[in-house]
Design a protein around this ligand. Sequence first.
Ligand code: ZN
Length: 191
Amino acid sequence: MLSRTDNALGGVSRAGYPVGMNTASPMADGHHEPENDTDRGFLRQAVKLAVENVAEGGGPFGAVVVRDGEVIGTGQNRVTRDHDPSAHAEVVALRAAGQRINDFSMEGATLYSSCEPCPMCMAAALWARVDRVVYAADRQDAATGGFDDLEFYRLFETDRSEWSLPVEAVRLADATAPFDKWLASDNRAEY
Ligand SMILES: [Zn+2]
């Protein structure tokens, strides 16, 4: 599954960044403008969730998952409140949507986020198979706000050998045993 994740992440840089963000033709204020009023409406909900979360002692991030015009999941950043480093608003919203629709696949859905998803959340969106990701503030805004998104994006663009975090493979003799078991299983749920 690692190779699958790596492949998916590799696709982010091509498919995950709206063209308007990083080319010579951004909006005058540097922000990509969403396409329609529907997008703006759901983005406002995400931003409202983010602002409310700050008032409640949480991080300044909110997200909503929408399918067929209906909000099927909402999320606020709960990292500090839940002592959960993965509880970013987008992940929380995708988890809520999965519980709501009883499915890990969110094909046909759009993930709206108050801020450009970090690499973890972008990967979560890919795993969830959402159709679109739409965001308001960007990674530069997040960096200005004191968050590491930009740093992590840059890190993923560098070779792992240059990371301050050692990532090491230790090849056990039975390293592939879980996959052998998986492939031999009659009741595996493909995803
Ligand atoms: Zn994130």
